[in-house]
Design a protein around this ligand. Sequence first.
Ligand code: HEM
Length: 139
Amino acid sequence: MLWIKSLHIIFMVTWFAGLFYLPRLFVYHAMCDDQAGNERFKIMERKLYFGIMTPGALLTIVFGVWLWLGYGFSGDWLYAKLALVIILIIYHYYCGKYVSLFKKDINQHGHVFYRWFNELPVVILFAVVILVVVKPALF
Ligand code: HEM
């Protein structure tokens, strides 16, 4: 099981690399006013979202569920963790939506919106790692 946990953590790091960097690209893309830069950001966002972030998300979840079933865990920490992971999956979906809006040159948000949007994964990472390592009794 420790091999599965290793893979779970490795792909979690891969997923978070995208969750931290893609919204940062959105910040600069929203400020970009030259066509060459606009096209370059589209390529970077597409490769990051489909080539790194989405495979990272899927494999984090596959190995996480494998650990859950393998160890037969239950408890407040796991349910709170899963609730936060669901928020992370919704956040991931919105990142994909913004990638396609930028691709069609119909982005509606400015760089300030994306700076705030960029903060959510940081908060969730702190909460999830503390929940899974400390396993506090919550309720
Ligand atoms: C559906 C998604 C997920 C499920 C079902 C899941 C489930 C689990 C389970 C059962 C463990 C083993 C806990 C232990 O051995 O003490 C684990 C370990 C871990 N998970 Fe997840 N996880 C998921 C997503 C995530 C995400 C998104 C993160 C990061 C933010 C994460 C971070 C970790 C870490 C750091 C460990 C190692 C903890 C330790 O060894 O003490 N997991 N996960």
